[in-house]
Design a binder for this molecule. Structure first.
Ligand SMILES: NC(=O)c1ccc[n+]([C@@H]2O[C@H](COP(=O)([O-])OP(=O)(O)OC[C@H]3O[C@@H](n4cnc5c(N)ncnc54)[C@H](O)[C@@H]3O)[C@@H](O)[C@H]2O)c1
Length: 247
């Protein structure tokens, strides 16, 4: 069950954090994983750590030409996980205080990044009559929150809507498209720094199961969605959040 042997998967933003966990679990299930990241050294180090079933494929998901060139250099991609989603400039600030010049990166990575990666892979999936697209979103894309993430949430919500429509358009082609809406996760280094990690750790107690999520938790959900057994599951947004109702 949930055997991904022989499948080629691209996991964007998998040089660290959630994506690294997803890559690890997909490899355990038998897939070969292309480890993408904006930071080439991260993609290379993570691919090396994951072993011979992983290859680095650094590029910026928001750069359509770079996405097309990278995808063209690989074999046919069967499983696309759109995981890159936190722009390096991310900071928690409410909409009225967020300068217009800071809007674009949230939409670029979370909407155009998803569009670019789907555009580069979907024709091959439909032609081969098998494909899986999984987008990593957030409770922020589903619920209103007062934590200064409105632009990030706009991008996350856009990804959810796009997956729902892609799923219907490709439903007869053997391709499924789903979204995972994550709750609070263990954070590695990254935007927001130590302060963001401390705030996140403090909020862990409010999660019904009593802990933050890990990359592997999300990887198990991806392995299921990517499997043959999930061929009747498409167009859905699944909350993976330790039972939270607001994140
Ligand atoms: N961390 C959380 O609490 C949390 C909660 C809900 C949803 N999510 C979502 O989970 C996903 C992963 O989050 P994370 O916490 O692991 O983030 P992270 O910042 O720790 O790691 C993500 C990786 O993506 C890379 N990246 C960023 N922009 C990119 C781009 N344009 N092209 C290619 N790679 C890029 C970064 O270099 C980084 O290595 C994101 O979509 C995020 O929105 C995270």
């Amino acid at each position: 069950m949930f055997d991904l042997t022989g499948k080629l998967a691209l996991v964007t933003g998998s040089g660290q954090g959630v994506g690294k966990g997803i890559a690890h679990v997909l490899i355990e299930a038998g897939a070969h994983v292309l480890v993408n990241d904006l930071v080439p050294e991260r993609a290379e180090a993570t691919a090396e750590a994951l072993g011979k079933s992983a290859s680095p494929l650094p590029f910026d998901v928001a750069d359509a030409d770079a996405v097309d060139a990278a995808v063209a250099s690989c074999g046919p991609i069967d499983i696309l996980v759109n995981n890159a989603g936190i722009p390096p400039s991310m900071r928690a600030v409410k909409f009225r205080s967020l300068p217009r010049e800071e809007w674009a990166p949230y939409i670029d990575v979370n909407l155009y990044g998803v569009l670019n990666c789907v555009r580069a892979t979907i024709d091959g999936m439909c032609e081969r009559r098998w494909g899986r697209v999984i987008t990593i979103s957030s409770g922020s894309g589903v619920h209103g929150q007062n934590i200064g993430v409105s632009l990030y949430a706009a991008g996350k919500g856009a990804g959810i809507s796009f997956m729902r429509h892609l799923a219907i358009e490709c439903a007869r082609d053997g391709v499924t498209a789903n979204t995972l809406a994550l709750g609070l996760m263990v954070r590695e280094e990254g935007p927001g720094g130590e302060e963001a990690r401390t705030v996140t750790a403090k909020l862990a107690g409010s999660i019904p199961v009593g802990r933050l999520g890990t990359g592997d938790d999300i990887g198990y959900a991806c392995a299921f969605l990517a499997s043959n057994e999930a061929s009747w599951l498409t167009g859905q947004t699944i909350a993976v959040n330790g039972g939270s109702t607001t994140s």
